[in-house]
Design a protein around this ligand. Structure first.
Ligand code: ZN
Length: 389
């Protein structure tokens, strides 16, 4: 939305309000008639749960994260600490970033144990959506074509486990739980789920049966490391197998990874503010809107308009709205700036992760840079970095 001026106190107040009113929030569950026809993401609820659970430490870490991201966006020349990348600008020449992924399938029934092919179909969607190579990008309304972003972020399944053993990063865990909710049980062996792999080196994605009509949820950056990542319903993951319309185009995972990279819902999540049009997603180029769009939309969409939304209406087709998969097909440059700033700041360890290939086969450039000069000049250069450091 248009309000871009953001100060420390605003964020503090926002989080404080969440804390103060946590138990007063009306939790609205969808009726059976709406079952799985409305998108339901509980990233914001998860955020508020973590405020309750983790207290000051979490609040302060989130504030630091937001300050860091906004600082990088406001100064596009500020370099990433790793790799010498430009931080947060809109330069199409920015280096590609590949995020290493591990997928944890947690299943009770045979059907929930989704196939490798279904996982590959999701990886394919991520690469297309984040690179603006999605086939439906031709539906982006003319008025927003110039701000639709290729984030230059791609995703690959890691090829080594945390111990360095080669193999595709997919884990499969049988559980006795009928379903999981947004309480992070799925992220722990001891609670019927699967422990995260090192969250500084992998984007962890858990796929399981989710209750409460949830499609998925994410953890924002700078949260507890042991629960970092995203959780997706097996019925909204990938494009084949158990994926069910209207959420069978893999967009739930695109949306949740947007949150993982610190992008908020397009309408702003401060649902405790009296005036819904005063909420902000801290993105400069998304039109203001008062609430989520749901279902199927065509341009222009005015249902969630605010007084200052403008004649083009709300940007229903944004991945961070709540429409069906077929109606969302773009990130904006402003959202892209937040993602790149996050990858240069709070999530920068992913840039130097060495888990995409066997270390001896392809050393990550950023680690090479940190090697002492003699390595480049001497015979040690042929040794794997891991043996030298
Ligand atoms: Zn969401």
């Amino acid at each position: 939305m248009s309000i871009f001026i953001f100060i420390f106190l605003n964020e503090y107040n926002k989080i404080f309000k969440y804390t103060r009113n946590f138990f007063n929030i009306p939790f609205v569950y969808l009726s059976m008639a709406d079952f799985k026809s409305k998108r339901k993401c509980s990233t914001d609820e998860n955020h508020r749960r973590l405020i309750q659970q983790e207290g000051e430490r979490y609040k302060i870490n989130r504030l630091r994260c937001e300050q860091d991201v906004l600082k990088r966006i406001s100064n596009p020349m500020r370099p990433f600490r790793s790799g010498g990348l430009a931080g947060g600008g809109f330069n199409e020449g920015e280096p590609m970033i590949t995020i290493p992924v591990v997928v944890h399938v947690v299943y009770k029934t045979k059907e929930q144990n989704i196939s490798d092919e279904q996982i590959f179909s999701q990886m394919d969607v991520l690469d297309k959506d984040f690179r603006k190579k999605n086939i439906d990008r031709n539906q982006i309304p003319e008025v927003w074509k110039s701000i639709a972003a290729d984030t230059r972020i791609e995703f690959d399944l890691a090829t080594v486990d945390p111990n360095g053993n080669p193999g595709l990063a997919i884990t499969r865990t049988h559980t006795n739980k009928n379903e999981f909710i947004d309480n992070d049980d799925v992220k722990f062996d001891s609670k019927g789920g699967k422990n995260a792999w090192d969250t500084t080196r992998y984007l962890n994605i858990w796929v399981c049966k989710l209750g409460n009509d949830l499609l998925g949820y994410a953890q924002f950056p700078n949260g507890p490391p042991e629960t970092d990542g995203v959780v997706i319903s097996y019925e909204a993951f990938g494009t084949i197998g158990t994926a069910k319309a209207p959420f069978a185009l893999g967009r739930t995972t695109t949306h949740e990874i947007g949150h993982y990279l610190d992008v908020f819902h397009i309408w702003g999540d401060e649902n405790l503010l009296e005036d819904p049009c005063s909420r902000t997603d801290n993105v400069i180029d998304t039109p203001n809107q008062k609430g989520p769009n749901t279902g199927k939309h065509t341009f222009p969409s005015h249902k969630e308009d605010c007084p200052n939304t403008g004649e083009n209406g709300t940007m229903f087709c944004n991945y961070m709205d709540y429409v069906w998969d077929e109606s969302m097909y773009m990130f904006t440059l402003g959202q892209y700036a937040r993602m790149r700033a996050t990858l240069g700041g709070p999530r920068r360890t992913l840039l130097t992760s060495d888990v995409l290939r066997k270390p001896e086969q392809d050393l990550h450039l950023a680690r090479m840079i940190r090697l002492p000069a003699k390595v480049y000049d001497g015979i040690d250069a042929v040794k794997p970095v891991e043996q030298i450091m």
